[in-house]
Ligand binder design. Structure first.
Ligand code: HEM
Length: 424
């Protein structure tokens, strides 16, 4: 539509106004220079149900409540200290995936749908960070419930008889012990993110409802987005074996004497990082970012934007417009080492507004600090242990997209053959 109606246009849908922005300068204005004016989120009945009328962080308006929630969530989730505290655990969960694949004869010949195993890994990474707890296996009833909960969310959200407590009973076993200990005045060592959050609740900074919505926000924002990106990366790597070879060569050249791939040496692997960036460019997981909203009437690109308009930034088009990118349809990590070497996925500082997979500015994704190393590590571990191939009889993996307003994910979960690499 932006090609027909221009880089900014307004759609009137009943009483609602939707403004779509598809130009780097306008994106800069929405996210940065007028970041306060456009820093709220639109409300609708579905979000209100999910967030107890904005008691969370992701969907709340730009306000003191949002600032407090973002501050409280930063310490346990979004700092370098958190990355250093947990990176050994991330690797442990990833190594379990590698072991499972190596011990499964079927995946060496016929392949498997890799999504489900990566989903368990990501849930365990996030639940160990949050609750210091994990799911035993893909058959663990709580894991089945947790994943079903995510896919049921959109259906249940339409129901007016919705009760948050009934909706996610699975959180109760994780939270109960923690909350009871805190209520009983027990002074416990802070060992995971939820301890920090409950500490803030005990100090009266937030309510018990806020605690639940924080957990819900992490479930929604952290797990599926990162999982979609992994699925895209693996599918593209299967279809581009030369990229797999280059990553493998880079690892064996840079990390000598069997030095293992860890978070602390990812910075020595530029081609690997370029592969992560290229995946997020071609398959921007949240193609329109999370919608923004202006509480008051505002000006944008010379137009008047009525108050309470839903403002979407077309991050996918910014990263795939042939006027700004060389052969954008091509999966070519090299671009981030050549003509785009200065372009990076960052959420503050000097930003290239053509490349915004995590948004930018006040409402940008704080999870970038976790997502980038987790993606780099998982790709490095898979590629260095396996040759990833399409299943027998298939030449290329289907990379058709399925998506709506919020997400752009792979339409058919890929079946991939993992052939262990025999080291000489
Ligand atoms: C590849 C993985 C991820 C991608 C592509 C991604 C992308 C995004 C985008 C585009 C936004 C909205 C930016 C805007 O509206 O301007 C966002 C918001 C957010 N993300 Fe992520 N994200 C990812 C992973 C994560 C992870 C791992 C976490 C947490 C552990 C996380 C937590 C959040 C939160 C809390 C917000 C809301 C920020 C706010 O409204 O103030 N994300 N993310």
């Amino acid at each position: 539509m932006s090609q027909t109606y221009g880089s900014i246009f307004l759609l009137k849908l009943g009483t609602k106004n939707i403004v779509a922005v598809s130009d780097p300068d306008l994106a800069n204005q929405v996210l940065h220079t007028q970041g306060v004016e456009f820093g709220s989120r639109p409300r609708n009945v579905v979000f209100d149900i999910f967030t107890g009328n904005g008691q969370d962080m992701v969907f709340t308006i730009y306000s003191d409540h949002w600032r407090k929630m973002r501050r409280i969530m930063t310490l346990p989730f979004f700092t370098n200290k958190v990355v250093h505290q947990y990176n050994d655990m991330w690797e442990e969960e990833m190594d379990l995936v590698v072991d499972d694949l190596k011990n499964n004869e079927k995946v060496k010949e016929e392949g498997m749908v890799i999504r489900r195993r990566l989903q368990l890994m990501l849930y365990n990474i996030m639940y160990r960070m949050m609750f210091d707890a994990k799911f035993e296996s893909q058959e663990d009833p709580l894991f089945i419930e947790a994943t079903r909960f995510n896919s049921e969310r959109s259906r249940l959200a339409q129901s007016f008889e919705y009760n948050y407590g009934d909706f996610i009973p699975l959180l109760r076993p994780f939270l109960r012990g923690k909350i009871m200990a805190a209520n009983g005045g027990e002074k416990k060592k802070i060992c995971c993110a939820i301890d920090h959050i409950i500490d803030a609740q005990m100090k009266g900074e937030i309510t018990e409802e806020n605690v639940l919505y924080i957990v819900e926000n992490i479930n929604v924002a952290a797990i599926e987005t990162t999982l979609w990106s992994m699925e895209w990366a693996i599918a593209e790597l299967v279809n581009h074996p030369t990229v797999q070879c280059k990553i493998r060569d880079e690892i064996s050249t840079v990390l000598q004497d069997n030095e293992s791939i860890t978070e602390s040496n990812l910075h020595k692997l530029p081609y690997l990082q370029a592969t992560v960036k290229e995946t997020l460019r071609l398959h921007t997981p949240i193609p329109l970012l999370v919608p923004h909203m202006n509480l008051e009437e505002a000006k944008l690109g010379g137009y008047t934007i009525p108050k309470e308009s839903k403002v979407v930034v077309n991050a996918w088009w910014l990263a795939n417009n042939p006027a700004w990118w060389e052969n954008p349809n091509e999966f070519r990590p090299e671009r981030f080492l050549e003509e785009e070497r200065k372009t990076d996925a960052i959420t503050g500082g000097k930003v290239d507004f053509r490349y915004l997979p995590f948004g930018m500015g006040r409402r940008s994704c704080p999870g970038i600090i976790l997502a980038m190393p987790i993606l780099g590590l998982v790709i490095a571990k898979l590629v260095s242990n396996f040759e990833m191939l399409p299943p027998p009889g298939v030449e290329k993996i289907d990379v058709s997209e399925k998506g709506g307003q919020f997400s752009l994910h792979i339409a058919n979960h890929s079946t991939v053959v993992f052939k262990p690499i025999v080291r000489s």
